[in-house]
Design a protein around this ligand. Structure first.
Ligand code: NAD
Length: 261
């Protein structure tokens, strides 16, 4: 438990399932008050809110497309209207489209960049403007990926967006450090969530992914949520502009294990 998080207000984009939902659950355990954004699965968001309320917590579910300015504004407005402010903004929403790069349509390229990169910019911008107008500090957490570092053929738009998230995080961390606004990224490796459901349903693919991880196991959304709680808390009060890898060692080049190579 991080007692300083008690009653803090957080917006979590894409919070209805997967990693976002685990972060909502973890933040609720810290007694934070939450705006849980969803895009296309109201059931997941309403179940998340019901779970939290049943345990005495405070949360609202808000439908919004975070690749639009109106969508992002609606989330900020919900935080202010329901809870009177904002302390933490988690840019978690993301999606991917797999295709050989020479076959990717401009529309698909733009969609992936709009959600994974421009959505992060717009979320950060909304939060920064709010904190600057109130002369208060704040905390932004951007969900990146090991693919901010590892190239990923047939997922060029996704890897490009996450690479952009890395440098965007570092740049605004430096820009707003004098205001004591912290900005960090989390780079998950392979995590068991709906984004990977189809892939991991195939035992061969599951085993292949596992073999790329030195710790030899796929991660859980809760592993990422624990990192998001720590980064939001005062335990990380001197941490800004960094990417926290939560990947079981995936970025350590597993092929070299045991002295191979
Ligand atoms: P997921 O598909 O379970 O969840 C993604 C969430 O983003 C969903 O709630 C979805 O509705 C939301 N979303 C998508 N487009 C949106 C939009 N336009 N507006 C609002 N919400 C939108 O996937 P996940 O694994 O939980 O992914 C969460 C984040 O973690 C993503 O940014 C993803 O890139 C990143 N990530 C996941 C993994 C992994 O292995 N699962 C690895 C690295 C990074």
């Amino acid at each position: 438990m991080y007692t300083d998080l008690n009653q803090k207000v957080a917006v979590i984009t894409g919070g209805s399932r997967g990693i976002g939902r685990a972060i909502a659950h973890r933040y609720a355990q810290e007694h934070m008050r939450l705006v849980i954004n969803y895009h296309d699965d109201p059931q997941g968001a309403h179940d998340a809110v019901a779970d939290i309320q049943a345990n005495g917590g405070q949360a609202v579910a808000v439908q919004a497309d975070i690749s639009t300015e109106e969508g992002v504004q609606a989330l900020l407005d919900a935080a202010i209207e329901n809870f009177g402010g904002l302390d933490v903004w988690v840019n978690n929403a993301g999606m991917e489209i797999q295709k050989p790069t020479h076959e990717v349509s401009l529309a698909d390229w733009n969609k992936v960049l709009d959600v994974n990169l421009t959505g992060v910019f717009m979320g950060a911008k909304a939060a920064l403007n709010y904190w600057l107008s109130k002369h208060q500090t704040g905390n932004i957490i951007n969900m990146s990926s090991v693919h901010q570092q590892i190239p990923w053929p047939t997922f060029a738009s996704y890897a490009t967006a996450k690479g952009g998230v890395k440098l965007f995080t570092e740049t605004i961390a430096m820009e707003y450090a004098p205001q004591q606004i912290r900005v960090n990224a989390i780079a998950p490796g392979a995590i068991n969530t709906p984004i990977n459901a189809e892939k991991f349903a195939d035992p061969k693919q599951y085993a292949l992914t596992q073999s790329m991880i030195p710790m030899e196991k796929i991660g859980d959304p809760e592993d990422v949520a624990d990192a998001a709680a720590w980064l939001a808390s005062d335990q990380a009060k001197y941490v800004t502009g960094t990417t926290l890898f939560v990947d079981g060692g995936m970025t350590l080049y597993a092929n070299f294990q045991g002295g191979r190579g």
